[in-house]
Design a binder for this molecule. Structure first.
Ligand code: PEP
Ligand code: MN
Length: 283
């Protein structure tokens, strides 16, 4: 049995009371937006649509970790400006990837949540640098990382920054029909072995859009804190990850599929709260 990294509740208690991070640890949150920020029109349109559906966390990449150097690498700082503006227009939080130590101060100017991508999960210099920040860090599980390696990576950030969100995004597998193998048991274990919020990225794991709805329902039932999906106003035109880009219509279908599961989970969570008279009796 692998050693289990001792991430404790103390890490959560250290973050400011009812901060965005503490709210993330309750309920189910949807983080959505395009793979890459492409144009002002694209990110504005996406933010407006998502906000109209109650989404409060807008994602979008400005520094992209692309397999080929010939692929679009992201708009850089102008992209972050567009993301910030689109998020602010609807009071949303903005999350975007930071790829290296040098870029941390720049990205910090624009985002509410740093994303550490799967390829950087064991970039220990970056993790140590983010330990010095005071903003939440969304840490994605590496492409071939175990659950324990993921918790160890989180611990680097937790040495100075208590606000880590773990993200299961699928690991390399042998199945060609999906981009990665979504490890729901890994997500359940991350949830069980640490008090940190856990979200599941259903776009980079599946690499497709047609099975996201049932998996989103599964995530709600699993008890994780949320999910991430890539949404684009015109998926076929997406400059990166077009095959997994979810259209507005598909996003609505996903929400409709999730609705009864969200209601059931809310009922289960409400039933878990101690009855008011018991609280009084204890108080
Ligand atoms: C992304 O979220 O755009 C991304 C590149 O994800 P991952 O690091 O999980 O591949
Ligand atoms: Mn992507």
């Amino acid at each position: 049995m692998a050693t289990v990294t001792p991430v404790t509740n103390a890490h959560i208690a250290q973050s400011a009371a009812s901060s965005p991070y503490q709210r993330l640890a309750l309920g189910f949150h949807v983080m959505a937006g395009p793979c890459s920020i492409e144009t002002q029109e694209q990110i504005r349109q996406t933010a407006a649509f998502l906000a109209s559906r109650g989404v409060k966390i807008l994602r979008g990449g400005a520094f992209k970790p692309r397999t080929s150097p010939r692929s679009f690498q992201g708009l850089g700082e102008p992209g972050l400006q567009l993301l910030r503006e689109a998020a602010d227009a609807h009071g949303m939080l903005a999350v975007s990837e930071v790829m290296d130590v040098e870029a941390v101060p720049l990205v910090a100017e624009y985002v509410d949540v740093f994303q550490v991508g799967a390829r950087n999960m064991q970039n220990f210099s970056l993790l140590k640098r983010l330990a010095k920040e005071r903003k939440p860090v969304l840490l994605k599980r590496g492409l071939a990382a175990t659950v324990d390696e993921t918790l160890c990576a989180a611990e680097y950030i937790l040495q100075g920054n208590p606000e880590v969100v773990l993200c299961e995004r699928g690991v390399r597998g042998f199945e060609p029909l999906t981009r990665n193998m979504l490890d729901l048991s890994g997500a359940a274990l991350l949830r069980q072995l640490s008090p940190l919020p856990v979200i599941v990225d259903l776009s980079h794991s599946t690499g497709r859009t047609d099975i996201v709805a049932p998996l989103a329902a599964a995530c709600v039932a699993l008890g994780v804190n949320g999910m991430m999906v890539e949404v684009h106003p015109r998926p076929a035109e997406s400059v990166s990850d077009a095959a997994q880009a979810i259209s507005f219509e598909r996003f609505d279908e996903i929400l409709a599929t999730m609705a009864p599961y969200l209601a059931a989970r809310a009922a289960v969570e409400a039933a878990r709260q101690p009855a008011p008279e018991l609280v009084e009796a204890c108080g």
